[in-house]
Write a protein that binds this ligand. Structure first.
Ligand code: XMP
Length: 508
């Protein structure tokens, strides 16, 4: 694929951040690929090499190594991050001192000069440390190019274009990490650019090679990740079965919309209507965690009943899920641990090499770009997140059909109004939920005694924290008027002005 231009080879020593390095390089517009240390022989001619951090100590027996001769033979810029830097120091004749405690967290980076690797970097910049070993003696010809606030060397340079850094430039807590990576890459010549179209072709080749003639099953929810995965399988032309479980906890007309969207994209899906089973299982249950468990385990039963004997399973797992579960040198191979992605059945298939996760190296925005490159409509790619347990987590207390109906109708009004006013895309997530308390009101000339509707609209970057959106009063007035006039069963509309923390985005 890459002819005259060269990719950035990232050698994985097992740090939980390794994929982030790849991602940051891609963000800077260059093609980057991950290799194990043993694969260095397979790298043809990279444009630059980055050795990642890792959890091991270079002094441990059997610690991962590098074929230094081969690395030198590329004659390209090299950056060693943490473990990578220590390895470079040893390979060039220096020594590393093991330490019993791990330095973890923010530290000051004080470059000796604001040139080269540190061009444009502040005189003191916050970086993120996560290491236990430190360099001891430096090799001949190696010089210190930055220290921490105690004067300890945290960055080294050998010759013109080989660098070591003790910190992680790839994490956002290293405030100028992006500049440092960009500076490093500026030492390279003829770097290949990252192109989502090329990337898609590569993924498709990989899928074809893994799946072959077998049948691959994939669950779709209408959300971004599973939709992109299903369309990718479709483009790969493999024999795929896409299964969509309607758990009765979806939004107004959502099942129909999902079916219609896939139909338009030419991808066949099988809908399993299990609404009655879910609602029956939830009857009488009020405890939030129990409700979640009921929904989660029933989903697994319903999905696997529909699947039967799967030859292969495709999951739309993304890289952030991988990061959460990655914690050691074997992390590259570690499985994603969220929701139904980790149930026993999946683990069994995984052990047999029958699970593929083509999106596992991608972040959400990259998945969206991939989706856009396959013609998936904007509205699908930019749909607000929707939780697996669906409307049940927006319906505190017992879930009933009556309450779900109120939520659905109110939510449809709220969302369509946000779209009409141009606020949908400005919100990270928005929904209507129900407050299961009846209060007195007047509807027509009659006394009413009905539930309250709760509107929530938030902005967030990663769902870990969130702020409520200052929607225009007139928009809220329109939504409230319509809900009170059009939705049966509610006589009050409240706007949730709680930040996360301490509140969460969903109500349960
Ligand atoms: P909370 O309520 O924890 O939500 O602040 C954070 C984000 O996660 C979504 N969410 C879920 N997504 N399965 C999912 O796929 C779940 O069980 C689940 N629970 C919450 C929520 O909608 C928000 O975007």
């Amino acid at each position: 694929m890459v002819v005259s231009k060269h990719l950035v080879a990232v050698i994985d020593y097992g740090s939980q951040y390794t994929q982030l390095i790849v991602r940051r390089v891609r963000e800077l517009g260059y093609l980057a690929k991950l290799y194990t240390p043993e694969e260095i022989g397979e790298i043809v001619q990279p444009g630059a090499v980055i050795l990642s951090g890792g959890p091991r100590s270079t002094s441990e027996p059997g610690a991962p190594d590098i074929d230094f001769e081969r690395l030198r033979s590329f004659n390209v810029p090299v950056l060693g991050v943490c473990y990578g830097m220590q390895l470079l120091n040893i390979k060039t004749g220096g020594t590393v001192r093991p330490s019993n405690c791990r330095e973890y967290g923010p530290a000051a980076l004080i470059p000796e000069e604001a040139t080269g690797l540190y061009a444009g970097v502040s005189a003191s910049s916050q970086v993120w440390m996560s290491h236990s070993d430190t360099v001891d003696h430096l090799a001949e010809g190696c010089r210190v190019i930055a220290r921490n606030s105690e004067g300890v060397p945290v960055s080294l340079q050998w010759g013109e274009n080989m660098f070591g850094i003790q910190f992680h430039p790839e994490v956002t807590h290293s405030h100028e990490g992006r500049t440092i990576l960009r500076n490093f890459l500026s030492f390279a010549k003829e770097l290949a650019s990252f192109d989502i179209g090329d990337f898609k072709r590569e993924l498709i080749e990989e899928i074809r090679a893994r799946v072959g003639e077998r049948q691959v099953v994939c669950g779709v929810s209408g959300g971004v990740d599973s939709t992109v995965l299903a369309v990718l399988l479709h483009e790969a032309g493999v024999n795929a079965r896409c299964i969509f479980v309607d758990n009765g906890l979806l939004r107004k007309d959502e099942a129909l919309e999902v079916e219609e969207n896939f139909r338009k994209m030419g991808v066949k899906i099988e809908t399993v209507n299990a609404a009655d089973r879910f609602l029956a299982a939830l009857a009488g249950e009020t405890a939030p965690e129990k409700k979640r468990r009921i929904i989660g385990s029933l989903f697994i039963d319903v999905f696997w009943d529909a699947v039967g004997d799967a030859e292969m399973l495709a999951q739309g797992t993304l890289y952030p899920d991988v990061i959460e579960s990655a914690s050691n040198a074997k992390s590259k191979a570690s499985v994603i641990k969220t929701h139904h992605n980790r149930v026993e059945r999946v683990l069994e298939l995984q052990a047999q090499g029958k699970v593929i996760e083509p999106l596992a190296f991608l972040f959400k925005d990259e998945v969206r770009a991939l989706g856009a490159s396959m013609g998936i409509p904007h509205d699908i790619l930019w749909r607000h997140p929707f939780p697996g347990p669906g409307l049940a987590v927006r319906c505190p207390g017992e879930v009933t059909r009556e309450k779900l109906e109120i939520i659905r109708e109110s939510d449809a009004i709220f969302i369509s109004t946000l779209r009409k006013w141009g606020w949908y895309d400005k919100c990270w997530q928005a929904y209507a939920g129900l407050i299961p308390v009846k209060t007195v009101g007047v509807k027509g000339d009659e006394r009413s005694y009905e539930f309250a509707t709760n509107l929530r609209a938030i902005v967030s970057e990663d769902a870990m924290t969130a702020d409520w959106v200052q929607l225009p009063y007139d928009l809220l007035r329109e939504v409230s008027n319509r809900i009170l006039n059009e939705v049966k069963g509610t006589n009050r509309v409240l706007y949730d002005v709680s930040t996360k923390p301490p509140a969460s985005i969903e109500w349960e």
